[in-house]
Design a protein around this ligand. Structure first.
Ligand code: ADP
Ligand code: MG
Length: 249
């Protein structure tokens, strides 16, 4: 049994079958990539996993519990976190404040900006946030305004905001989209560090094959809403069906 078990999931938008019959098992503490051409259904699948879309058929189990029918914040509390294509940070707050907010949310069960007003008295929470920022190598940028960070650092900050909530499954939707090569490589290194330093499972949707082959231990190729093959990166590279459907050969 994987930590995430997707069985026979189908989703239709009007006349369009976005997901056909998706079966997917993600093993605990692995990095699993989902690749496929544009329109294959990758984002739709991710939206099902985080509760933003309800599928027409099938089941999604996370650690033995059904995800379907739960609200996004409930799924988040079950231990599933999502990193967006564009980092979702509070632009006007400092780096430290950005991480303090999810620290409060984890303790109090809800996001409250005004929790920051009394933060001086919260020794534990400050320590927790600073330790997290040390883990992502941002200890020198605690008091910088988030909007002034480089793209790579914004990604680091967003990652810190996610990780401080200690998710067991991190979903990444094209985490390096639009990044220059240097920031992409930084992000690969960051994800490797995160993976090596804690118990965490990652499901990553990514177009950049350099990123996929640098990180993934298993790869599922999605085409027209249905998994075509699932295998190790080595086998996926040489797979004739993958070359045909994905690499356009
Ligand atoms: P991918 O992320 O692999 O590029 P998507 O999951 O975004 O693919 O889309 C799969 C298919 O479903 C596409 O044909 C897309 O146009 C369609 N689709 C996605 N979301 C919607 C929606 N909300 N309404 C109608 N069609 C949609
Ligand atoms: Mg997409």
């Amino acid at each position: 049994m994987g930590i995430l078990e997707v069985k026979n999931v189908g989703k239709r938008f009007g006349g369009l079958q976005a997901l056909g019959d998706v079966n997917l098992s993600i093993a605990e503490n692995t990095v699993h990539a989902i690749i496929g051409p544009n329109g294959a259904g990758k984002s739709t699948l991710l939206n099902v996993l985080v509760g933003k879309l309800i599928p027409d058929t099938g089941s999604v189990m996370f650690d033995g519990q059904s995800v379907l029918g739960r609200k996004p914040h409930e799924i988040n509390q079950m231990g599933i976190s999502r990193v967006f294509q564009t980092p979702e940070i509070f632009a006007d707050l400092t780096v430290l404040e950005n991480v303090l907010i999810p620290c409060f949310a984890k303790r109090d069960g809800s996001y409250r900006l005004h929790a920051l007003e009394t933060v001086e008295n919260e020794v534990d929470i400050n320590e927790q946030a600073e330790k997290m920022l040390l883990d992502v190598n941002m200890q020198d940028k605690l008091h910088m305004t988030a909007s002034s960070l480089s793209r790579g650092d914004k990604r680091r900050l967003e990652m810190a905001m996610c990780l401080v909530q200690e998710p067991r499954l991190l979903l990444l939707d094209e985490p390096t989209a639009g990044m220059a090569r240097a920031d992409t490589n930084n992000t690969i290194d960051l994800l490797k560090e995160i993976k090596d330093s804690r118990d965490i499972t990652m499901a990553i949707i990514e177009h950049d094959m350099h990123v996929v082959f640098s990180l993934a231990e298993r790869i599922t190729v999605l085409a027209q809403g249905t998994p075509l093959v699932e295998d190790t990166p080595e086998n996926i590279k040489g797979h004739p069906k993958v070359k045909e459907a994905y690499l356009g050969e």
